[in-house]
Each structure stands twice: as C-alpha cells, then as structure tokens.
Design a protein around this ligand. Sequence first.
Ligand SMILES: Cc1ncc(C[n+]2csc(CCOP(=O)(O)OP(=O)(O)O)c2C)c(N)n1
Length: 433
Amino acid sequence: MLEKINSAEDVKKLNIEEQNKLAEEIRKYILEVVSKNGGHLASNLGVVELTIALHTVFDLPKDKIVWDVGHQTYVHKIITGRREQLKTLRQLNGISGFPKTDESKTDCFNTGHSSTSISAALGIARARDIKGEDNNVIAVIGDGALTGGMALEALNDAGFSQTRLTVILNDNEMSISKNIGGISMLLSKIRTRRGYTKSNVSAKNIINKIPGIGPIFVKIVQRVKRSIKQLIIPKMYFEDIGFRYLGPVDGHNIEELERMLNISKKLDGPVLIHILTKKGKGYKIAEENPDKFHGTGPFDIETGKTKKEKSKDYSAVFGEKLIELAKNNKKIVAITAAMRDGTGLRKFAEEFPDRFFDVGIAEQHALGLAAGMAKEGVVPVVSIYSSFYQRGYDQVIHDIAAQNLPVVMCVDRAGVVGQDRSNTSRFTWYGIF
Ligand SMILES: Cc1ncc(C[n+]2csc(CCOP(=O)(O)OP(=O)(O)O)c2C)c(N)n1
C-alpha cells in the first residue's frame, strides 16, 4: 500500500481499515530506514496515526502544520511525496530530518529548537486573519517541548487573544528522558482522571438499569458531579487560560483522532487537543527504551544493538570528572535542560540525586537558576549543547557575566555535529570559546 502513497490525496482516499494498514507499513519502513542510517526513531513511531489523521482532515499547503522541534516529521515527509528521499536521511546532501520550507510546500515553517511551534502558528493564524483568509493552522507540540518558556508564553497570548488555532499536545510522558516538572504533573493528573471517567461510565450504565429510580438517580449524580468537576478537573487549566480543551484522546486511534480534528475545525478560537501516545509505538525494543531510541545511530532491528558501539566521548569524560570533583566538594551541583544523558550527566544524577537539577527544556531558566545558586556560594555546573545555548544568551550576559558570578558553563557538542541538518548550525559557540 505504501508504494501507492505519493501525496496526501492518496491517504484521504483510504478507509479507516486501510489507513490502519498503512500505519503499520509506515512503521516498518521508518524502522528499516533508521536502522540503516540512524535518526529519530521513537518520536516518529509515536505519531504515525496522528500524521495520517492530520493529512486526512486538513489540506496542505493551504492549511498549515507547524511541527515543534520537527524531529517527528518522517511520517509527514513520507506522505507528502518524499518516501524514497527518506532513504537519504543523515547522508551527505540527503533529505533533512526536520521540516524545511525549501524542501516542500507542505513544510510551512522550519523548526529544530524546541518550543517554537505555538508562537509560529499563532503568527501564521494572525497573518491569515489580517489577510482575510480562512485556512486552518495547527501546532503539534510534545509534552517535553511544552516545558519550554516560549511555548508557555505563546499559550498565554493565544488563549487571551482568542485567535482561531489548533494546538495538538502529543503527550507520551517523555521528553528525551522522562518528562519532569509541574506541567508534566498536571498532564499526569488528567490521564488519571481519564481512568476515573471511564469507570464512571460503566457505573452509570449499571445504575441506569435499576427500574424506577435508576435514571433519576443518575441525573442527580451527574448534576453534582458537574459542579465538583469545575473545581477539581485539572484540564480546566487550559480552559482557564482561554483554550477549548478536547481530550484526552487515544493518539493511536485514527478514527477518534479524525473525529476530534474535525470538531476542532468547526470551533472558533484556540483549541487544544490532548492526545496520548506511546513513544516508540510498534517496535517493542524502542517502547521499552524510548530514551535510547529518541535519536539513534544505525542498529540491528532484531536485537536493538547499535552497530557501532560508541567509544568514550567528551561528554562521558566530563560526567566522570564532575563526579570525582563533586565527591570532594559538596557545593558542586549539576544542571541540565532536559539533556541528562546527552551531556553525560546520568551517572552524576544517580550518585547525587539531591545535587542534580533537570529543569526541562528551559535553557534560560537553567542559567538564571545557576546565577542564583552561585550568588549564594553554591558551585553550579551547567551543561548545554552549543546550539541550545542561544536560548540563554541574555542570562549568560545579564544574570551571570554582568554580575561576575562564578557559574561553570560547559558547552557540549561545541563543534560541527554532522548527523542532523537542522535549521541551526551546531557550531555557534565554537568561535566564542
Ligand atoms: C531549545 C532546545 N533544547 C533542547 C533540545 C533537544 N531536544 C530535542 S527533542 C527533545 C525532547 C522533546 O520532547 P517532546 O516535545 O515531548 O517530543 P517527543 O520526542 O517526546 O515526541 C529535546 C530535549 C531542542 N531541540 N531544543
């Protein structure tokens, strides 16, 4: 079936059963390509059904989809005529692993750094309104990317302005590692309530069947429940800041996803659809190790073992040395912005859980936090990838350098990083240090 998919029009023609079959074939194809070339595996396996549903309900390039980070766009690329090109992923002059406006008209905005999608989508939606057009604008953002300040700033603006826009929150409980923070706690509460709602439905069905009093009793309980719900259901957070909240929806159920997307199309103002997905879905080894298969080199499909075992790199040496130093100096703490493993800090986190801070995808905050700690005599060591330091440029100057604070800033990947051609180069800081 995949051989016959050359554009979204071909996906629209399929019935649900065929679309489910297509989802399976797409998963198999992505697994084949990434196991050979390396790439972002787990995130793409998690959005197969969502991407099929989006292309069924919306019409690109008239409608616009902004993918946050953009590492999960392989399925979108396959559907929009780039199936064969995907085989050149991570090859010299090959296809980009991220959305690229110069690659296809269906890529409406370049991404690479996290948490930009809602701002961009809101901008695109406001431009649409100014021009008097009527297309749909959608931002797809993960629960990890939602921990970034820029995403929260955009939610704040969008909710207040009531601009017509759909935000799809792809909640798989993972950033690269396990997602953390207050927002992640909120989402987890909503997920728990979902179980509660489900069991309530079956209770309602049983009571309803009691002759005479059943239906009346159900009505009273429902009324009381509605008023309590206003007070306790955490999804109200999104509603309180101005969004219509839909969900949570099973993100692997194409029919249900299409139904929700069609509802969102008819609503005026900002809508947030909360979908629940499994990172690595369909490939058991990735489902069990989603962090390892977030971004991977070539690997063996049967065993999941990477073909070229990584030799000890700079990040690992840094992590080991920091543990050694921290044993002798209790004031040393380590800070990461959602990159515990990439920056070599996993062992430090295990050894000194009280002196390790993962702040989410929040580089600005990581550096501001470090400044505050340094002011009070603690020795913060912040490790951030060179490219992502751009996010904290103001904090480096305003909060740290201008106050002459002793923060140790480590720049990981401070060189040319070949694997992924994102829209930003990863050697920005190379010239500075
Ligand atoms: C500013 C910035 N910091 C860090 C990263 C590295 N990074 C890429 S994807 C990712 C996790 C994203 O998690 P989520 O949004 O939940 O998407 P998922 O992969 O789980 O679908 C991180 C930390 C980045 N792209 N941009």
